[in-house]
Design a protein around this ligand. Structure first.
Ligand code: UDP
Ligand code: MG
Length: 139
């Protein structure tokens, strides 16, 4: 996957609240091109694998329950400096600390239920994209 790409999920809370359209609008307005996208639901095994780096953290069980309780929108996004610019667009993990106008400031309820995922590196964007999409579904 080219390094000008990042991976995102609109998490179950954002989907439940009907925020898919509003969040995609912000993503488009910020200059990201959608190069793969689907509505899907993670299994427990999927969420445990996707968030394996956090498996020893105290919030891991809650995180897996949250991420599997309903559908998500998984997407690959393309833009110059995609990983860093998307992290700026979504804001801090904790919405109380997120900058005004960021997706998490606008739509996240808490540090746990924070509406959206964004990859933290080019390497992880490639791994996370491949976790959700096969080559023929990436444009
Ligand atoms: N999370 C949580 N409690 C915490 C920290 C993180 O429930 O104290 C959840 C939250 O949904 C977060 C995810 O675990 O988005 C992954 O955490 P990370 O530190 O990687 O934050 P992110 O990269 O999503 O900003
Ligand atoms: Mg992270």
């Amino acid at each position: 996957m080219p390094t000008n790409r990042t991976f995102t999920m609109l998490k179950p809370d954002a989907v439940e609240k009907g925020h898919i359209g509003a969040i995609l609008e912000k993503i488009n307005a910020a200059g990201f091109k959608i190069v793969a996208m689907k509505l899907t639901q993670m299994t427990t095994a999927d969420a445990q694998a996707f968030y394996a780096i956090h498996s020893e953290r105290p919030f891991f069980g809650e995180l897996v329950s949250y991420m599997t309780r309903g559908p998500i929108v998984a997407a690959l996004l393309e833009k110059d400096n995609a990983v860093a610019d998307f992290r700026t667009l979504i804001g801090a993990t904790n919405p109380d600390e997120a900058a005004e106008g960021t997706i998490r400031k606008l739509y996240a309820a808490s540090i746990g239920e924070n509406a959206v995922h964004g990859s933290d590196s080019d390497a992880n964007a490639a791994i996370e994209g491949a976790f959700h999409f096969s080559g023929r579904d990436m444009f």
